[in-house]
Design a protein around this ligand. Structure first.
Ligand code: ZN
Length: 118
């Protein structure tokens, strides 16, 4: 026997029993209620419009820290986590900066140890 809601849609009883959580946009306060299993944990979230208009001022990110951005971390919300980077992540950031510098024609690109270009 299928469970059917008043609109005639079949209800997945197992999903319906899962606990829900409310995610709040850090900028405008808009909320999104989702099952816990559908939310990736982040420090804070922004809804789509707030992420696009760039009005939100993110917390400061000091040297050695990285900001992880999770697209669709909670439904349409974007998740942000700021934390200390691992050694590999810092190397990755330096490689990305070097590629950006090379692509923009910036001189002074150096790789003395040849540790990422063979
Ligand atoms: Zn918002």
């Amino acid at each position: 026997m299928l469970n059917v809601n008043p609109l005639g849609r079949v209800i997945n009883a197992k999903k319906a029993r899962q606990p829900k959580t409310i995610v709040v946009c850090a900028s405008c306060g808009r909320t999104n209620t989702l099952r816990v299993s559908c939310v990736a944990q982040h420090d804070y979230y922004l809804c789509g419009p707030c992420d696009k208009n760039n009005a939100y001022i993110h917390p400061p990110r000091f040297d050695g820290m990285i900001r992880i951005i999770g697209l669709n971390a909670a439904g349409g919300f974007i998740g942000f986590t700021t934390r200390m980077a691992t050694e590999e992540e810092l190397e990755s950031v330096e490689r990305a900066k070097a590629i950006r510098g090379a692509a923009s024609g910036k001189l002074g690109f150096e790789d003395p140890d040849n540790h990422w270009i063979n």
